[in-house]
Design a protein around this ligand. Structure first.
Ligand code: PLP
Length: 388
């Protein structure tokens, strides 16, 4: 009963936040407008327009024609887990074994299964905001308590370790981090990661590190996997690195016990990731050149977005990675970027994500750099018109 009440109280404080127009409202409106013949410029989607490498497409057809169309072990086929273990071991000069890898239905399911396997009902999870909304949604779904840590543009979106330390108590079980960050593009310096890890070790807390954008780092990136002394789960995915969003394949890396729990949840929810998709992922691991090509393309697009935002005199953090730029579009804290985004869609046919989606950021919008340059330029021109 106590836990139920505590969770209810937590829910109320979240739901009472400014939530005038939801992303779903925006999505429904965009779909309706497109159905009625309008051409909407999509600057809200976190999905690259380039799709998977040709070799991955061919490997998918080959795998189907060879009859790899069955269930597999819930944790994933050994050759894929070996491929991932070898790839991260080489990248970060560490020693990860295939038993420490679980293949899941996208990075999203890894996040959900990781939270479900580490957080007890009523247990507390610290989420550093702005944050991808799925963390809060997953924690709420399993009836955990969310402790939000706000970061801000003025401090370069860097979390304050002392504020985190002050909020930790006996019920705190998890700290969720995501670098390169969606929506800010921040990558934490290694010394700041070290400070966070030291705090987690001292207070016996697990770090869940969502690293789905790690290939899109424009400056040195430190994975949680480099810090052996810390209890951690690293989540990654094939969606962003290889343009394989619709394949729905991701993975978690942790200690063997936690990986068993995550695989059990994968088995419970969907048996396994389809066999031929796992074979496609093995091929993807060999496509390093494509990843480099995609990264430089996204980086060029981000630079273009930044250049245009600068011309508009908007403040933003120059991204260190990921797909997005997160500008403040008003100096007025009572500004409603939700309404702005809705009006932008209705009047100018440009879809962006309002800052409120990622926490208490009503004066920000997220612009995704996943579209071709001409669409980005036209979308930004219309945003400029709206702001005039
Ligand atoms: N983590 C972050 C921060 C994301 O932005 C996303 C998708 O947008 C995901 C995880 C999930 O990606 P997927 O489930 O496609 O692997």
């Amino acid at each position: 009963l106590l836990i139920d009440e505590a969770v209810k109280a937590q829910k109320i404080s979240i739901d009472e936040g400014k939530k005038a127009i939801s992303v779903i409202d925006m999505f429904i409106l965009a779909k309706r407008m497109e159905k009625e013949g309008s051409e909407v410029i999509h600057l809200e989607v976190g999905e690259p327009d380039f799709g998977p490498p040709e070799k991955v497409k061919r490997a998918t057809y080959d795998a189907i024609s060879k009859g790899y169309t069955h269930y597999t072990e819930p944790s994933g086929i050994l050759s894929l887990r070996e491929g991932i273990a070898n790839s991260v071991s080489e990248r970060y000069s560490i020693d990860v074994s295939p038993e420490q890898v679980a293949i899941t239905s996208g990075g999203r399911f890894s996040v959900y299964a990781s939270i479900l396997s580490t957080l007890s009902p009523g247990g507390e999870a610290i989420v550093i905001q702005p944050a991808w909304p799925a963390y809060v949604d997953c924690i709420e779904t399993i009836r955990g308590r969310i402790i939000s840590i706000k970061t801000n543009l003025e401090e370069g979106w860097k979390p304050d370790i002392e504020s985190i330390s002050n909020l930790i108590n006996n019920s705190t079980e998890l700290i969720v981090i995501n670098y390169p960050n969606n929506p800010t593009g921040k990558v934490l310096e290694k010394r700041d990661m070290r400070a966070l890890v030291d705090l987690a070790i001292e207070r016996n807390i697990t770090i869940l590190s969502d690293e789905v954008y790690s290939d899109y780092s424009f400056k040195p990136f430190s994975s949680i996997l480099e810090f052996h002394d810390c209890k951690s789960i690293c989540v990654s995915s094939f969606s962003k690195s290889y343009g394989m969003t619709g394949f729905r394949i991701g993975y978690a890396i942790s200690n063997v016990g936690t990986i068993r729990k995550i695989s059990k949840i994968q088995a419970l929810a969907s048996t396994s990731v389809p066999e031929f998709i796992q074979y496609a992922a093995i091929e993807a691991l060999k496509c390093k050149d494509d990843v480099k090509k995609y990264t430089s393309l996204i980086r060029e697009r981000i630079n273009l977005v930044c250049k245009e935002l600068k011309k508009m005199n908007l403040s933003y953090y120059e991204p260190d990675g990921a797909f997005y730029v997160f500008p403040r579009i008003s100096k007025d804290r009572s500004f409603d970027a939700g309404k702005f985004s809705f009006d932008l869609l209705k009047d100018k046919k440009v879809s962006v994500t309002p800052g409120i989606t990622f926490g208490d950021y009503p004066d920000f919008i997220r612009i995704s750099a996943c579209q071709a340059e001409h669409l980005l330029l036209e979308g930004l021109r219309r945003i400029g018109e709206m702001l005039r």
